[in-house]
Design a protein around this ligand. Sequence first.
Ligand code: NCW
Length: 456
Amino acid sequence: MIFPEDFVWGAATASYQIEGAVKEDGRGQSIWDTFSHTPGNVADGDTGDVACDHYHRYKDDIGLMRELGLAAYRFSIAWPRIQPDGEGSINPRGLAFYDKLVDELLAAEISPYVTLYHWDLPQGLEDRGGWANRDTAYRFADYAQAVHERLGDRVSDWATLNEPWVSAFLGYGNGVHAPGRRDPAYAMRSAHHLLLGHGLAARRLREGGAQRIMLVVNSAPVLTPAQVNDPSAVPDEADAAVVHRIHALLTRQFLDPAVYGTYPEEVIEAAERNGGTGHIQDGDLALINAPIDLVGVNYYNPCVVEAGPGLPADAAWPGSEDVKFATADAPTTAMGWPIVPDGLSRLLVRLSQDYPQVGLMVTENGAAFDDVLEHGRVHDAQRVAYLDGHLREVWRAIEAGADLRGYLVWSLLDNFEWAEGYRRRFGIVHVDYGTQTRVPKDSALWYRGVIGRNGL
Ligand code: NCW
């Protein structure tokens, strides 16, 4: 299985999950600092205060990337390092860190893929309403422009937002993520303002000459339990209706406005029943519909649903009280996420049909397992099997005609896994948080081989 010649192999991380150094060089506070320091929000009371100490160890970490043969490294910028309060003057020391990071990557012949927002909103903006406040979208565009002005001469690949569904519905809907609000109306408003921020920022990046711009979504094929193991299973009418609606709320809610400048009717209905549509102003959809080059796809598992009584208390899914979220009949990772590799090819083929005018990139895929470090090695055979299985499906999707440009493993390093803290290890490189020692797991060595032969 040999991949296309220009296929991009890499790995991904995010600022709050790896950097640490939360009080250094003028960094302001983010909603994840506040949230993780509030007891009860994160497993074991973990915080990102130190994390992988990447802020001080980035040179060694890039050395590791080079040893693994990565061609691309996707990282995110901590907005509160650039604008400590979320608006106004730029903190030169914050920008200087990313400047050095980019130079070091380029010297190692690794292409930087910059994500502008991976969930660490400046707390100052949250105090003024966060993403539920329309003004945050405009502040995001200003911030994006400032970063691009500094790094745009060396960075070709830009992502505006990571997983806006998660920001809106876990952050403002069910409160599992920062800022921990629980209100479906807030979640719907926030989703729209995130999209508006995406569109405004994408325009500024384009005006500044950015070569490739993408929006990264947590997407998944929405399947009935029967369809998980039998792609030819045909759902009954009631099941088909909820599958259609959940696909609209999970994926089309973000990609239809970005690519076509329209909202699916299911999104409008969900908003009407949760606070109304007053936050959607005339002209917004045209602003959101700024041209993008790629959709970044983060895939971990399918979304399995059937018609039935739902979870009225789960504000992550406004407008789906009649949807039963089911579990796939499949083995699971340490996150409890089912392992369904062919969900990835089904998803990629569908997205390439629904949005043929944009390219696709797998911007995250990977798994947490209960790794054990023994005699200086981590034999993570399950992760190797997970990655191998999913890469076979990436190849199948390419064979089926999907315009797939690359694949980035989540994650380079074990890191702060949000509400799960450090107990969930997604890295292909093991991190000992006591000593900050890095040990490439078997999966990292295996991945180096895959990259070396450009295939499986
Ligand atoms: S928690 C989450 N993740 C993990 C995180 O480490 C990374 O920063 C994220 O981009 C691994 O990849 C993403 N995503 C939240 C997934 C919740 C999805 C619920 C969707 C329902 C179908």
